[in-house]
Design a protein around this ligand. Structure first.
Ligand SMILES: Cc1cc2nc3c(=O)[nH]c(=O)nc-3n(C[C@H](O)[C@H](O)[C@H](O)COP(=O)(O)OP(=O)(O)OC[C@H]3O[C@@H](n4cnc5c(N)ncnc54)[C@H](O)[C@@H]3O)c2cc1C
Length: 669
């Protein structure tokens, strides 16, 4: 059997507790001789590396930025979920588990998601202990707000910069280990390949991005914490540097790719404003907590939003989904916005936007403040002034960002928003231990496919990254590393043992040569088109044909177009500069080459999945009301793709079993 998810026995609420208590341990002396390579210093990587170093393993961390603190995780705005039930609104581990499985449209693995819900509370305790300044109520208790797909308030936050504050916590823990010599930090290094010996991960090839030097690094285990691949669409809310290279190279070395077509399109982003744009900006989902989404009831209404009276506004999410209203999950909210704009009700110059309006809740907050301050009969202006103070405290940095980008003041006029690519639920397939199909190679955080099914709920990515790094891998890595201890002991008298040869093993030289040749190939094409232009063209194909809505014809065309684009890339790309210097164009060439191959696989995956689920919306498969229509009989599986060669993959299926949740048509009405 190629796929063994290694889900432990027992009832869902006992699986993790029993399993982690019976995992073989590695004694402290042996830990000191085991080397672990961690690629990535975002929330998943920094938390894993600091935890493993604290436990005694020898850890090396790599990131392509100049500092681990600049990992994409720093961009996370809105919050992090945990089933603490501080609001006394009915939350529980089970409810977080249930919401996540339902939110993912019943395409995630039950056991993993339950474990995530179980450890969620520990994450908050850990971060508070580190001094992360999560928002607090007046009385000192940690504060919560609402995110999509839930009816409880379980999202912990630090204004609109939760990722930054959590990353500072994880970074501090990491730097402590760097200071003690337990972690060696290799910033400005890009991993270009995984080195495998007899099918087992034994290290990596990396390029020093400042000098261009190619390096070999040995490890008994390699952890990929390399983030998501949303930038395959060119325009996305991801950091400009986010890419798929590490995961893709691992894929080519035998790691199966899980559910590559599951992409999250986030409903509240600043709309595209022109052809020359290279980046999109998120307006956090937390804004839906206090904002109401609407479009004019009249088509092509050109009036200013503030001139459109209440009765002429269509709060379409509240109308269509009364139970969840503006807090429906992202896939549902995005499709509803697209539907309104496609039907001619869009606003702004492009007509591809809807309003996110804070006036109602600003007034509500203002009235409460006035009451608190004992202001009798406050004027409307006074109420709005007081309300704005509250809104500013909660979302000030997001409002500033919006104003700086659009030139409009969101305290006075509604924001204009439209869906944009934001997150990838797909990623390297991992078992319950977070190990890929390559022995010794793990994937954590957004880089793996694991917990979010076909649609991730807001504020659950930070939770998953930190769960994987602080609370899961420190246990599960022992399952494998304890066997390494046995192997090392058995091979200790062998002159050519892996542990004696380390990077002198011929497999390292072969992998280094392969990557050096690849770099020279890029530089020697000397074609006529920029790397950027290929990325942009790929992005357009992906957005048009494998974006918010997909169909058989479009996907078939996209596959052919991407194959043609790949051929053109390899014959006509022009990569500037040389190999032995700081060369961002060369870096980008490698990343775009991998994106092109990934794009083809995403379309293949979307084509074979003849159903709609979560963010994967096949136009052929929808209900009469335009909702996603799953096919649980034929598609209740994780697709895990095995690389066989250029444009050649084999599909493996991990069947999904629901024993604790009744699988049903999702409803948010
Ligand atoms: C604008 C925005 C706002 C968000 N807000 C929220 C939120 O409020 N709540 C929430 O839960 N989620 C949010 N998310 C999602 C969340 O931020 C990410 O899913 C999460 O931070 C990913 O963390 P990570 O550790 O897996 O990867 P990243 O933070 O992406 O880190 C990847 C790391 O891998 C390194 N790396 C990658 N490739 C290589 C390579 N080849 N060689 C060497 N190093 C490499 C990078 O240098 C980096 O250190 C948001 C996302 C965006 C885009």
């Amino acid at each position: 059997m190629k796929l063994d998810s290694k889900i432990p026995e027992g009832t869902i609420d006992q699986k993790w507790t029993k399993y982690r208590s019976s995992i073989p341990l590695v004694n402290p002396a042996n830990k000191r001789s085991l080397e672990v390579i961690v690629i990535g210093s975002g929330l998943a990587g920094a938390s894993a590396a600091s935890s493993l170093a604290e436990m005694g393993y020898k850890v090396k961390v790599f990131c392509f930025q100049d500092s681990p603190r600049r990992a994409h995780s720093i961009a996370a705005q809105g919050g992090i979920n945990a089933a603490k039930n501080y609001q006394n609104d009915g939350d529980s581990t089970y409810r977080l588990f249930y919401d996540t499985i339902k939110g993912g449209d019943y395409r995630a693995r039950e056991a993993n998601v339950h474990r995530l819900a179980e450890v969620s509370s520990n994450i908050i305790d850990q971060c508070v202990a580190q001094g992360v300044p999560l928002a607090r109520e007046y009385g000192g208790l940690l504060s919560n707000r609402s995110f999509g797909g839930t009816q409880v308030q379980r999202t912990f936050y630090a204004a609109g910069q939760t990722g930054q504050q959590l990353l500072l916590g994880a970074y501090s823990a990491l730097q402590r280990q760097v200071g003690m010599g337990a972690v060696e930090l290799c910033a400005r290094h890009e991993m270009l390949d995984v080195v495998t010996i007899d099918g087992v991960a034994r290290g990596i090839i990396a390029r020093n991005l400042i000098t261009g030097e190619m390096e070999k690094h040995f490890g008994h285990a390699v952890l990929l914490c390399t983030g998501g691949y949303g930038n395959v669409f060119y325009l996305s809310t991801n950091a400009m540097g986010s890419n798929v290279t590490a995961a893709w190279k691992a894929h080519k070395k035998g790691a199966f790719f899980g559910n590559p077509c599951y992409t999250q399109i986030h409903p509240t982003c600043i709309p595209v404003s022109g052809d020359h744009q290279s980046k999109l900006t998120l307006m956090s989902e937390s804004l839906r907590n206090d904002g109401r989404i609407w479009v004019p009831k009249k088509k092509d209404d050109t009036r200013k939003p503030t001139d459109i009276p209440e009765e002429e506004r269509d709060y379409y999410l509240e109308r269509r989904y009364p139970a969840f209203g503006n807090l429906v999950p992202r896939d549902v909210a995005s499709r509803a916005a697209k539907e309104r704009c496609d039907a001619g009700y869009g606003v702004g110059k492009s007509k591809m936007a809807v309003y996110l309006d804070f006036a109602f809740n600003t007034a509500r907050y203002g009235k409460t403040e006035a009451t608190k301050r004992n202001i009798q009969n406050p004027s409307h202006e006074e109420i709005m002034r007081l309300g704005k103070e509250v809104v500013k405290e909660k979302y000030g940095n997001l409002f500033d960002m919006y104003q700086q980008i659009t030139g409009e003041n969101p305290y006075e006029v509604p924001m204009r928003i439209y869906p944009a690519v934001h997150y990838t639920m797909g990623g390297l397939w991992v078992d319950y231990n977070l190990m890929t199909t390559v022995k010794g190679l793990y994937a954590l955080g957004e880089a793996n496919f694991s917990d979010h099914g076909a649609n991730r709920l807001g504020a659950s990515a930070l939770m998953q990254g930190l769960a994987d790094g602080y609370f899961v891998i420190p246990y599960t890595i022992g399952v494998y590393l304890s066997t390494e201890v046995t192997r090392m002991s058995a091979e200790k008298d062998k002159a050519d043992s892996i542990d004696k040869l380390k990077t002198k093993h011929p497999a390292f030289d072969a992998a280094l040569k392969e990557q050096t040749d690849l770099i020279n190939k890029f530089l020697n094409i000397k074609g006529t088109k920029s790397v950027e232009s290929f990325h942009k063209r790929l992005g357009l194909i992906m957005w048009d044909k494998c974006g918010m809505a997909r169909n058989k014809q479009g996907l078939t065309e996209a596959i052919a177009e991407i194959q043609a684009l790949r051929k053109e890339f390899w014959s006509d790309v022009r990569v500037l500069g040389s190999a032995d210097e700081f060369n961002p164009d060369l870096e980008k060439a490698g990343r775009v080459a991998d994106f092109i191959e990934l794009g083809e696989l995403m379309c293949k995956d979307a084509l074979q999945r003849e159903e709609s689920c979560g963010g994967h919306f096949r136009e052929e498969h929808q209900t009469e009301e335009g909702e996603a229509k799953r096919d649980d009989v034929n598609f209740a599986y994780v697709s895990a793709w095995e690389y066989k060669g250029v444009s050649d993959w084999e599909l493996n299926k991990e069947e999904l079993k629901y024993e604790n949740i009744k699988i049903a048509q999702r409803s948010y009405k």
